[in-house]
Design a protein around this ligand. Structure first.
Ligand SMILES: NC(=O)c1ccc[n+]([C@@H]2O[C@H](COP(=O)([O-])OP(=O)(O)OC[C@H]3O[C@@H](n4cnc5c(N)ncnc54)[C@H](OP(=O)(O)O)[C@@H]3O)[C@@H](O)[C@H]2O)c1
Length: 335
């Protein structure tokens, strides 16, 4: 079994959770922690048992022993940091949202191709056993045709104007942070919609705080999606079909279980299929399977899916009036 030297780029909140799951995998070596601040890198490395600590991202990508980098910076920095790693031939697993807009994601994918180096969006939901099970049931046709998807993700986040969630410079707003999950639920089950309609509300910094989104599809199917930093929601996804329904129970995007109702029968809840960890171990395991096969693109979380997702988020942002300043220049005229 080949062991891979992992590096983490950005020692923030999610990096801690991801690394606690990475530690569970026998073919992953916790090799390097990189932060803008050397002491933070040392503290992170010490806490989790990394071999190296770097006080800059540049130093880390210049270490020839690093095989694969987990990028855990704010979405505003994913484009820059992904290009940095790929141009140093480091395989990349980059957190969602993959970047701020579709043009930037296209450049990231082009850079992976140009360097013949692996790149995948860290969309962990795709790899949850419960999500995979839901997709299989829907595809099997036992519930008939899928007509409506209802999905939400909301929590009341304290208003801290400099922090990532409300800071427009850092890609703040509920849509790219948590609304991306309901959008993913609709995209992976119904595909790319014909029509997008939205209503959004904004915080005092100008960041989007709450959003309701409706998709309509060419065949008449619908999706009704919500995200918010102003209120709490059950955080579940409901797939409403002609012969019954399927619910990915709260918190639907993490390891969870499924409730299924077939016409004329009582709803039944299926047992949860999950092993130790938060749920990040599945995507990390998949990355190493891809590297074992010398792939540069995941066959599950494909580049096309990431591109479709961010392009759809761009369409939503245009309808809702959510802009990221100069970063969006020349992009929105295309629509
Ligand atoms: N998959 C999931 O379940 C999940 C959950 C939460 C978040 N996320 C995603 O992960 C990313 C990071 O989220 P987080 O909550 O971990 O953020 P966070 O705690 O704010 O950490 C982000 C880290 O990025 C680094 N960084 C580099 N440039 C920065 C800048 N200009 N401003 C602030 N930080 C900067 C910092 O690390 P150093 O100072 O050490 O360099 C910082 O600690 C986001 O894109 C988010 O969408 C995913």
């Amino acid at each position: 079994m080949k062991k891979y030297n992992w590096a983490v780029l950005g020692c923030g909140k999610i990096a801690h959770k991801f690394i606690s799951d990475l530690k569970l995998l026998p073919n992953a070596k916790l090799y390097a922690a990189a932060s803008r601040d050397l002491q933070r890198a040392k503290d992170f490395a010490g806490e989790w048992g990394f071999e190296k600590a770097y006080g800059s991202y540049d130093e880390m990508v210049n270490d020839p022993e690093v095989d694969v980098v987990y990028i855990a910076t704010p979405h505003s920095h994913h484009h820059e940091h992904t290009l940095l790693c790929l141009n140093h031939k480091k395989a990349v697993l980059c957190e969602k949202a993959f970047s701020l807009n579709g043009k930037e994601v296209a450049e990231m994918i082009d850079t992976a191709k140009a360097n013949n180096t692996f790149l995948m969006e860290a969309f962990w939901t795709m790899f949850q056993p419960s999500f995979q099970q839901a997709m299989e049931i829907l595809k099997s046709g036992e519930l008939g045709k899928l007509k409506i998807v209802r999905s939400d993700f909301a929590f009341n986040a304290p208003f801290l104007e400099d922090k990532r969630l409300y800071n427009v410079e850092l890609g703040g707003g509920s849509l790219l942070d948590i609304g991306i999950y309901p959008v993913f639920a609709a995209l992976t089950s119904l595909g790319v919609p014909k029509t997008v309609k939205t209503f959004a509300d904004f915080s005092p910094t100008g960041s989007e705080e709450s959003i309701n989104i409706i998709f309509k599809y060419a065949d008449g199917s619908l999706a009704n999606l919500t995200s918010s930093f102003a209120a709490h929601s059950p955080t579940q996804t409901e797939y409403l079909c002609e012969k019954g329904y399927l619910i990915l129970n709260p918190r639907w995007f993490t390891p969870t279980n499924i409730t299924i109702m077939k016409e004329g029968e009582e709803p039944k809840t299926l047992p949860k299929q999950h092993r130790e960890g938060w749920g990040y171990q599945y995507e990390a395991e998949h990355v190493m399977e891809c590297l074992d096969q010398a792939l540069i693109e995941s066959p599950k979380m494909t580049w096309k899916l990431s591109q479709d997702l961010i392009d759809l988020l761009d369409r939503i942002r245009i309808d809702a009036g959510i802009f990221f300043g100069d970063r969006d220049k020349n992009i929105f005229s295309e629509f």
